[in-house]
Ligand binder design. Structure first.
Ligand code: GLN
Length: 544
C-alpha cells in the first residue's frame, strides 16, 4: 500500500553505557530497512554541544565535518545517513544546543517572550520540538528518525531527551517510537556477558520518562536466548524487541542484521503501517557480497594530518571502499602522517602503494610532506587523487617543480612571490570564522576530452565545497603551457575546480569534496576511476 504523507511518525534513537557504539550507523540502517519498505524517511542528528555547528572544531574534537548540498557544516553521522539511504540532508537535519540557545536568546532580545522568564522547560524544549517538526515539514517524511547525540546520563543531552519524551504526549503514543542502543560487554574473567550496564542505562531513561520500545544490543558475538530473556525481563521490553547487533566485518551488513530480526516489522506494527515487502536482496548483492568476497586487493596511501583518528577522514575512507566495491576489490588503506614524509623517507614509506590520495585540511603543518608525496606520485606515474587542500598542494608542487616558481605557496601558509593559491576574493572582507567558507554545492563545467569528462560522463557537474582559498587565476596560462589541464571551472565565478596531468595514467585533483556524494552502491566516479587506475598500476608492478 502506498503511504501518503499526512503527518510524520517519529523514531528517537538514544545511546547508553558508552559512546562510540555506532548510533549513527544504527540510525542509518534503520532508515535503510524502512526506506526499502517504500516509506519516505528523514534522518536527523541532535548534537548536545554548544557550538553552533562543528565547522570551527578541530577534527581531533569532532572528526570529519560533513557538508550538505545547501552548505551546512554538520556532524559526520549525516554522511552515514546519505550513504545508507536515498535521503538528501540539509541544514534542517542537524541541530545543536548552540543553535537552539541562539534562536531562543535572539527571540528574547526581540521581546518575543515579553514578560516571561525563559527556561529550559518549556522554552528550550519547545524550540527543539519546533526544529524536529520543521524537519518533518520540509522533508514530508513518513518517518523521521531522530538520533540524539551523547550518552544517556550526560547532563548536556537532557533537554533533547526531555523534548523527545514530550513528543509522545504531543503526537500520541502510536506515532512515537523509542530505540535505545546499548552495550552488552563480555567479561573474560567471568566468561560471560553482562547485562547490568544496560539495565542501569534503561533505568536512567525511565527516570527521564522514556520507556524504550526496542533495545539494540551491541555485542562482540551473538547473544544467547537466555541473555535476551534476561534483558527483556529486567529492561521491560518484549523479547523480540531485544535486537542483537554483533561486530561485523563491514558496516554495510548492519541493515541486514536488523532485517533478519524483523526490526522493520516491529516498528511498522507499532505505527500500524502496512507497507510493501522488501528483502534487501539488491543491497546484499550489490554491496555486502562484494565487500565480503572481493576478487582483488589494492593498497592506497592516504596522506593526512589527523591520521590516527579513525573519524577524521570518514567520508574519504568510505568513498575509497566504494571505489573498491565498484571494481570488485578490497581497498587496504595505508594511513600516513604527512609529517613523517618530510625528512626524506617518503620513497621508503610510499613504496608498494598503488595509489596516493591527499585529502582536505587546514594549516601549514604537514604540507611539505604532502607536496613530497604528490611529486613522488607525479614522477613515478602512481595514480593520484587530490581533494581540496590536496589539489592546492598539487598546484604548489607543480609550480615549484615544473614551472620553476621557487618557493611558490598558498597564502594560507606563507607570504610568497608566487602565490599560486590565494584567498577567494569574497573571503577578504570577512571577520567571522564560523560558517563563512565557500560552502555547499556549486556547478562546475567540465572540459570535453578530459579525464574528468570521461569519468563523469557529462560536462556539467555539481559538487560540494568547503574552502577559503583557490587556484590563483593569474597563473593559469603559465600552468597550461607547462602541461597542466585545468579541466573543470566554476562557470559563474571563473574558479578552477579540477586540474589534471595529461601524460600520467591518473593524476587528478579537485577543489571540491567528491567523497560526500559517494555511496556503496554508486561509487563516485573519481573514486571508482582512481581504484581502477590503482589496480592497473598494481597489475603492471606485479608483472615486472
Ligand atoms: N585550507 C584550504 C582552504 O581553506 C583547504 C580547505 C579544505 O581542504 N577543506 O582553502
Amino acid at each position: 500500500m502506498e503511504v501518503s504523507w499526512a503527518m510524520s511518525k517519529y523514531i528517537f534513537v538514544t545511546g547508553g553505557v558508552i559512546s562510540s557504539l555506532g548510533k549513527g550507523i544504527a540510525s542509518a540502517s534503520i532508515g535503510k530497512i524502512l526506506e526499502s519498505r517504500g516509506l519516505k524517511i528523514a534522518l536527523m542528528k541532535l548534537d548536545p554541544y554548544i557550538n553552533v555547528d562543528p565547522g570551527t572544531m578541530n577534527p581531533y574534537q569532532h572528526g570529519e565535518v560533513y557538508v550538505t548540498e545547501d552548505g551546512a557544516e554538520t556532524d559526520l553521522d549525516l554522511g552515514h545517513y546519505e550513504r545508507f539511504t536515498n535521503t538528501l540532508s540539509s541544514k534542517f537535519n542537524n541541530i545543536t544546543t548552540g543553535q537552539i540557545y541562539h534562536s531562543v536568546i535572539s527571540k528574547e532580545r526581540k521581546g518575543e517572550y515579553l514578560g516571561k522568564t525563559i527556561q529550559v522547560i518549556p522554552h528550550i524544549t519547545d524550540a527543539i520540538k519546533e526544529r524536529i517538526r520543521q524537519c518533518s515539514k520540509v522533508s514530508k517524511a513518513d518517518i523521521v528518525i531522530v538520533e540524539i547525540g551523547g550518552t544517556v546520563g550526560d547532563i548536556e543531552s537532557l533537554p533533547f531527551l526531555e523534548a523527545s519524551r514530550q513528543f509522545k504526549i504531543d503526537m500520541g503514543p502510536d506515532n512515537v517510537f523509542y530505540i535505545h542502543l546499548t552495550l552488552i560487554p563480555y567479561i573474560k574473567a567471568a566468561g560471560e556477558v553482562k547485562t547490568k550496564p544496560t539495565q542501569h542505562s534503561v533505568g536512567t531513561l525511565r527516570e527521564i520518562g522514556i520507556i524504550p520500545d526496542v533495545l539494540i544490543c551491541r555485542t562482540e558475538s551473538p547473544l544467547e536466548e537466555d541473555v535476551k530473556e534476561k534483558i527483556s525481563l529486567f529492561c521491560n521490553v518484549r523479547k523480540e524487541a531485544v535486537i542483537e547487533s554483533p561486530d561485523m566485518e563491514s558496516i554495510y551488513q548492519v541493515p541486514l542484521v536488523f532485517k533478519r530480526q524483523i526490526l522493520d516489522e516491529i516498528i511498522l506494527s507499532h505505527f500500524k503501517l502496512i507497507c510493501k515487502f522488501s528483502d534487501l536482496k539488491d543491497w546484499e548483492k550489490m554491496v555486502v557480497n562484494r565487500v565480503l568476497n572481493p576478487k582483488y586487493k589494492v593498497t592506497i596511501a592516504v596522506i593526512g594530518k589527523y591520521i590516527e583518528l579513525q573519524d577524521a577522514y570518514k567520508s574519504i575512507y568510505e568513498a575509497l571502499f566504494h571505489g573498491g566495491i565498484h571494481n570488485d576489490a578490497r581497498v587496504e588503506i595505508k594511513r600516513i602522517d604527512s609529517e613523517t614524509l618530510e625528512d626524506g623517507k617518503h620513497e621508503q614509506i610510499l613504496n608498494g602503494v598503488s595509489g596516493i590520495l591527499v585529502p582536505g585540511g587546514f594549516g601549514y603543518r604537514g604540507i611539505e610532506g604532502k607536496i613530497k608525496a604528490i611529486k613522488f606520485a607525479r614522477m613515478n606515474k602512481i595514480p593520484f587523487l587530490g581533494i581540496c587542500l590536496g589539489m592546492q598542494c598539487a598546484v604548489i608542487e607543480f609550480a615549484r617543480n615544473v614551472c620553476n616558481l621557487k618557493n611558490a605557496n598558498s597564502t594560507e601558509f606563507k607570504a610568497t612571490k608566487f602565490p599560486v593559491i590565494s584567498l577567494l576574493a569574497e573571503q577578504a572582507k570577512l571577520k567571522d570564522l564560523g560558517g563563512t567558507m565557500r560552502l555547499g554545492a556549486y556547478p562546475c563545467k567540465v572540459k570535453k576530452n578530459s579525464l574528468a569528462s570521461r569519468l563523469y560522463g557529462k560536462n556539467l557537474i555539481h559538487e560540494r565545497h568547503r574552502h577559503r582559498y583557490e587556484f590563483n587565476n593569474k597563473f593559469r596560462k603559465l600552468f597550461e603551457k607547462a602541461g597542466m589541464l585545468l579541466s573543470g571551472v566554476c562557470a559563474h565565478k571563473d574558479l578552477v575546480e579540477i586540474i589534471e596531468l595529461k601524460n600520467h595514467p591518473y593524476f587528478i585533483a579537485v577543489q571540491f569534496h567528491p567523497e560526500f556524494k559517494s555511496k556503496p552502491d554508486r561509487a563516485h566516479p573519481l573514486f571508482s576511476g582512481f581504484i581502477q587506475a590503482a589496480l592497473k598500476r598494481q597489475d603492471l608492478a606485479n608483472k615486472v
